[in-house]
Ligand binder design. Structure first.
Ligand code: MEV
Length: 423
């Protein structure tokens, strides 16, 4: 039986941890060899990045093509396991080019940190006392990150929100420039908590940034020309949007499709995609759960789409620097600021949403998905090289996408002696 109490496991060298895992899980030599393949992330870096590292988990990194944002072309790295996402984004971006591409903007990179207080007797009086110390609090917050201040960022504002009886949320608004900002904001919030506690007469329960980054908003818009995409698509996308606006069950899936694109760029660039996800869904839920995009038909019969959501993404610090592939992704993007990255992400989210609801409201999603899925099935069945595409196409034509189906097709091929046996 496996034991999970492994004292000192974290102190072992990575190779030793792997050996132990391999013993405990009964891994074969070939499996151990796979775990040893670190790719671009060397062992020392992986070991520093997380506790108890034993390897890396590779994901395909692809490039979404055709994107034109604010009049500039971008090649957009995306890391994702879902076969259709990059193809769909590239295709949506190609169609968008005909109408001039995407227009995007982003607010200043302001993150919100929270100092959460309880036991506050008179919240009105406490709020006044805290706000009276605003200058002192901001000055003190900035003393915790002089580098950020030198780079043009820093704490900017204080807000006080009464939550429930005796509970206050004090917000510290911090311009984090090109960072995601969690570390800077958390340090500042913890640092200023004692003066805030004293002024309020309450007790700090915690001090931490909020992932509902409503002061760090990204927006993008696009026009798909009716003559390019066709009337059926214009009407179909608008109907699909109306369903997302009418039903949270549909809306969750609609927003998931948007996040397929945004997360893939976040992962490729070493960003905290969970933070972006949390922010997106919390923002979508602020007035009843709503779609992050809007679609309408213009008087000229074109399709106008827009997206607005908080995006806390950085281009300095964390894995954006420690992961060499993330650094390469940022180079491929050729962006200069975190705000520009957020604009790219918003545009990709909008494109991804168009691609998904266009397919759903016309031919359905399975046709395109199946084509890509069939390739994976063909590989699983043992197809190699050019055979993969041939077997996949045949399965789709026959409407039977399965490993057995692929083996059957391959068996019929003259000259093919052995059937694939890969599991
Ligand atoms: C699948 O990953 C994403 C979609 O379900 C999005 C949507 O339904 O809008 C296709």
């Amino acid at each position: 039986m496996v034991r999970s109490d492994l004292p000192g496991f974290y102190r072992l060298p990575i190779a030793e941890r792997r050996r132990l895992m391999s013993e405990m899980a009964g891994l074969g030599q070939d499996e151990l060899a796979l775990l040893e393949r670190m790719g671009a992330l060397d062992e020392a870096t992986a070991d520093r990045m997380v506790e108890n590292a034993i390897g890396v988990l590779p994901l395909p990194l692809g490039i979404a093509t055709n994107f034109r944002i604010n009049g500039r072309d971008y090649l957009i790295p995306m890391a994702i396991e879902e076969p259709s996402v990059i193809a769909a984004a590239s295709n949506a971006a190609r169609l968008a080019r005909e109408g001039g591409g995407f227009t995007a903007k982003c607010s200043e990179p302001i993150m919100i940190g929270q100092i959460l207080l309880e036991g506050v007797k008179d919240s009105g009086k406490a709020a006044k006392a805290i706000l009276a110390k605003k200058k002192e609090i901001i000055k003190m917050a900035n003393s915790f990150d002089e580098t950020l201040v030198r780079l043009g960022g820093g704490a900017r504002e204080i807000e006080v929100r009464r939550l429930r009886e005796n509970m206050l949320a004090v917000h510290l608004l911090v311009d984090v420039r090109d960072a995601m900002g969690a570390n800077a904001v958390n340090t500042m919030c913890e640092g200023v908590a004692p003066i805030i506690e004293k002024a309020s007469g309450g007790k700090k329960t915690m001090a931490i940034l909020s992932n509902l980054a409503t002061s760090r908003m990204a927006e993008a818009s696009v026009v798909y020309l009716g003559e390019v995409v066709g009337k059926e698509v214009v009407n179909g996308v608008v109907s699909a949007y109306r369903f997302a606006a009418a039903d949270p069950y549909r809306c969750a899936t609609h927003n998931k499709g948007i996040m397929n694109g945004i997360d893939a760029v976040a992962i490729a660039t070493g960003n905290d995609w969970r933070a972006i996800e949390a922010g997106a869904h919390a923002y979508a839920a602020t007035n009843g759960y709503s779609p992050l995009t809007k679609w309408e038909k213009t008087e000229e019969g074109n399709l106008r789409g827009s997206i607005r959501l908080p995006i806390a993404a950085g281009i300095v610090g964390g894995a954006t620097r420690t992961n060499p592939i993330a650094r390469i992704s940022l180079k491929i993007l050729g962006i200069k600021t975190a705000q520009e990255l957020a604009q790219v992400m918003a545009s990709v989210g909008l494109a991804q949403n168009f691609a998904a609801i266009r397919a759903l409201s016309t031919e359905g999603i399975q046709k395109g998905h199946m084509k890509l899925h069939a390739r994976n099935i063909a590989i699983t069945a043992g197809a190699t090289g050019g055979e993969i595409e041939a077997v996949a196409s045949r399965m789709v034509e026959e409407g039977k996408v399965s490993v057995d189906g692929a083996r059957g097709i391959m068996a019929k091929k003259p000259g093919r002696k052995q059937l694939g046996t890969r599991k």
